[in-house]
Design a binder for this molecule. Sequence first.
Ligand code: MG
Length: 332
Amino acid sequence: MVGMRWQWRIYEEPLREPLATAQGVWRSRRGILLRLEDDDGHLGYGEIAPLPGWGSETLADDLALCRRLPNRLTPAIMAAIPETLAAARFGFSTAWQSVGQLPYRLRPWPICALLGRGRAALEQWQQPWRQGHTIFKWKVGVLSPEEEQGILKALLAALPQGAKLRLDANGGWDVTTAERWLDWLERHGNGRIEYVEQPLPPAQWQALLTLAHRVTTPIALDESVVRASELQRWLERGWPGLFVIKPALFGSPDRLSLLLRQGLEPQRLVFSSALEGAIARTAIFQLFETWQPCRALGFGVERWRSVPLLTSLADYSAEWHRLDNYGKIYYN
Ligand code: MG
């Protein structure tokens, strides 16, 4: 018979500690787990982990999709999932690819260490440095530019040779502040700033383009490029900088693989977590075998969610059942 049977279930997992975001404090992460089975009994797993606060569809959108899909999946059915349901496209696509392929054999990749906001950064780089991290991320736009530049000066003086910093403004600067900050970095960065992430809000796309063409410090788009269609648009606009890709929210991974084959330089991509669970993370690490990340991964999220890579079919089965207290099973 054509296609595969499938089941889905909702999960909700409390975060290990609350995460303060621009949308408020997040205490748990919800998503949908998928289990596919072909007619030979081979299993595959996927995870839909939308995060509307970070620009994806809502969980309700994905639940409505799961409820209306037929009880056998085919490639044509999955191809018809709307582009706007990008997290669902990721979940179904990776689930389909995994059938009969699990468990994956995966390599570890260098991970960027996240430093606390403000002065906390000055005490927090040492431990990850001793563990082998060389790339650190620090949030800016939290204190005044003068205070943050004072802390950054001390941080740059303290960091050993070989360490580099990513500064993430989360779209929180205005144009004047961004220009002043980037001028400051050109004078004081000493080549130690890997890039500045999302200096302006996504709506100010023309100002972002102007800024990126004016300065030598690389600029990465994050909030601006959640879905594949947005990445495509920024490529057409001639964006000269980097892109932060959260694969779980991006859409079908084939879109990114195609863009890479068509010449998108892998050095321009930074892969980052959307606090997805172990099934999605393992699928993403499998994709890294194709995508070959050139930059440290933004997957240092253990503080909020502990996410092991799954290395056996038993791991997948355990993950499917782990959140039974929060989950609901839907049989198709
Ligand atoms: Mg960011």
